[in-house]
Ligand binder design. Structure first.
Ligand code: VGL
Ligand code: ZN
Length: 202
């Protein structure tokens, strides 16, 4: 059983990433019940919530002539353009109704700065601007992280790699994640996670 040095990090289990949502991930809703069950084993659960202002720079609609899934250069590097999703206070930004949000002690919102995307629970996509999650976990003595949620190849992978680079012992439960899988992005994310020392489980 996990002890006080372990935390469960549940990434972006929100309506827009579930079937029927604006950026639906196939099978995204299948992981809700088993994630709830897993929360019961952990003394600490953290949720992340993708939380974009309308007109966010990661939306294709914010760039004339661009379509969803086009890639553009931003000052901080390459950026995939997405359909409008997880707009602050919209139904799509809400957690899946089946998710046990009561179990969470901390909810990290990310992607709220108009000019920069934020896949990772730890840093925005410039890899430098922190969300504060590292300090929260360290002050509580957490050393080991289990990550689950959506999407495996974007927000879960970025969070897991950053966590490992920060020195946390990170395991991704792939059976409790689902992927977007854009042009081989799932295989690339698995390679990158393994190279960063992330344990891939499930
Ligand atoms: C995500 C694309 C855009 C994710 C968030 O949660 O993986 N992907 N915003
Ligand atoms: Zn997003």
């Amino acid at each position: 059983m996990p002890d006080a040095t372990e935390a469960l990090i549940v990434i972006d289990v929100q309506n827009d990433f579930c079937p029927g949502g604006a950026l639906a991930v196939a099978g995204g809703d299948e992981i809700v019940a088993p994630i709830n069950a897993l929360m019961a084993d952990y003394p600490l659960t953290v949720l992340t919530q993708d939380w974009h202002p309308a007109g966010h720079s990661s939306f294709a609609t914010s760039h004339g002539g661009k379509a969803p899934f086009d890639v553009i250069d931003m000052p901080y590097g390459a950026q995939v353009l997405w359909p409008d999703h997880c707009v602050q206070n919209s139904p799509g930004a809400e957690f899946h109704t089946g998710l046990n949000t009561d179990a969470a002690k901390m909810i990290i919102r990310k992607g709220y700065r108009p000019e920069i995307d934020s896949y990772s629970a730890f840093f925005e996509n410039d890899h430098t601007t922190p969300t504060g999650l590292e300090g929260y976990l360290r002050t509580l003595g957490v050393q080991r992280l289990t990550m689950v949620g959506l999407a495996t190849d974007f927000c879960v992978a970025y969070s897991a790699i950053d966590g490992a680079r920060l020195g946390f012992d990170v395991t991704v439960r792939q059976d409790l994640c689902r992927a977007i899988d854009l042009d081989g992005s799932l295989a690339a994310a698995q390679t990158d996670m393994a190279a960063a020392g992330v344990k891939l489980d499930g």
